[in-house]
Design a protein around this ligand. Structure first.
Ligand code: PSV
Ligand code: MN
Length: 400
């Protein structure tokens, strides 16, 4: 064992804590990777293709399995329909199982069809609304066939100009459509409702923030919960406080992890603001959300960087943020909080963040049968070169 590992073990033991607790929590961490992050992607200016990009959902699963083989923690894959539509759903489900994976949330696509120009579930045209509802209903059937237990809904709905549409009518249509969708859910399927404050709508987005998403969920029923995408807030918004609020309302459904510098940049989580990621994990531990099935999904777009390696790095960042949050001395923190000792409380929290948890994470990954150093192993094993050779012909998957 390394000196770094021993140091953490001794620090924990000295305060009557046990590194075994941290390791057990890390072994149980479950990250969901998005199928769409393996296909070619880009900006609204250009889509860049990468060698070895998967050509179908089966190859996306193979890439996800490589991420899981090396990290030991990325055991489920979220899918997007129709991008991941296949003729034989049983085959997709079986392939996932053969690869040691599960199918995670099913994401309906209510933003790509031309008819959704003025919205999907909120569109002024009842015919378009009906077709949007039917698409989500089809996704519910797909979820059941794939053994998934969540529909993850994001709407691009909104308006670009004041006066373009009635805000009240759009809200009414949204609720009517969502009631139909919710009514079609199987008992074991959750509805995750994602919000985003702008883009593609630039004046009024129909589900713009956690509050408007929460109100909708409360109207629908217990199985409707809010999904927090880290890139979907205005600057300066306290995301960990939103996490805590949603949990206290019993409506924290899950995350779309990514990072950003400016807008909804979909960069690697923790690449810009690792301290925010740590604070979110600290909050999740504090409220016990991770045992309660809150879904930890990644939603990123790797446009210029190598996709599989980027996904591995993402999972490592999530493991490390969680490990740091697990190291916070909660007893001492509570004592400092109760005593109103502002600076001690802050120091105790920041101490967790400043710990070097990489040796502990490496050990946990090795214990899981994965790699202590996933990036080095990935580069050495040659998976990227192999798929670049194998996937020469045919049409690569892309998000447009
Ligand atoms: C929208 O920006 C979003 O975050 C939604 O989750 C979509 O499903 C995803 O990105 C992929 O386009
Ligand atoms: Mn998202």
């Amino acid at each position: 064992m390394t000196a770094g590992y021993d140091l953490i073990a001794e620090t924990l033991a000295a305060r009557g804590d046990d590194i075994g607790r941290v390791e057990a929590a890390l072994r149980a961490q479950e990250i969901e990777v998005p199928s769409w992050a393996f296909g070619n992607s880009g900006t609204r200016f250009a889509v860049f293709s990468q060698p070895g990009a998967p050509r179908d959902p089966f190859e996306k699963l193979a890439d996800a399995a490589e991420v899981n083989r090396l990290t030991g923690t990325a055991r489920s894959v979220a899918v997007h329909i129709p991008w991941d539509k296949v003729e034989n759903l049983d085959e997709l489900r079986e392939r996932a199982a053969e690869l040691g994976l599960r199918i995670g949330a099913v994401n309906p696509n209510l933003f790509q069809e031309a008819e959704y120009k003025l919205g999907s579930l909120c569109n002024p045209d009842p015919g378009v609304r009906r077709r949007a509802v039917a698409h989500v209903q089809e996704c519910i059937e797909i979820a059941t066939r794939l053994g998934s237990n969540a529909i993850s809904l994001w709407l691009a709905d909104g308006s670009n100009y004041p006066g373009q549409d009635s805000l009240r009518s759009r809200r009414r249509r949204l609720l009517e459509s969502l009631r139909e969708v919710y009514g079609a859910l199987d008992a074991e399927i959750e509805l995750l409702v994602e919000y985003k404050f702008y883009e593609p709508a630039f004046y009024a987005t129909d589900l713009a923030d956690w509050g408007s998403a929460l109100l909708v969920c409360q109207e629908l029923g217990d199985r409707a919960k809010v999904l927090v995408d880290l890139g979907h807030h205005a600057h300066g918004v306290n995301i960990e406080q939103i996490v805590s609020l949603l949990d206290s309302a019993g409506r924290l459904g899950g995350f779309h992890f990514n990072d950003r510098k400016y807008g909804d940049d979909d960069l690697i989580v923790g690449s810009i603001d690792p301290y925010q990621l740590f604070r979110i994990f600290f909050e999740l531990i504090d409220i016990g959300a991770l045992e309660g099935g809150v879904r930890l999904t990644i939603d990123q777009s790797h446009n210029v960087e190598a996709k599989i390696e980027a996904m591995i790095q993402t999972v490592l960042n999530l493991q490390e943020a969680y490990a740091k949050a697990l190291l916070v001395d909660r007893v001492a923190l509570e004592r400092a909080q109760d005593a109103g000792d502002v600076l001690a409380a802050n120091r105790i929290l920041v101490d967790g963040y400043n710990s070097d948890v990489r040796p502990v994470c490496a050990k946990v990954r090795a214990d899981l049968g994965a790699s202590a150093d996933p990036i080095a192993t990935f580069r050495k094993d040659g998976y990227a070169a192999r798929i670049a050779d194998e996937r020469l012909h045919g049409q690569a998957a892309a998000w447009i």
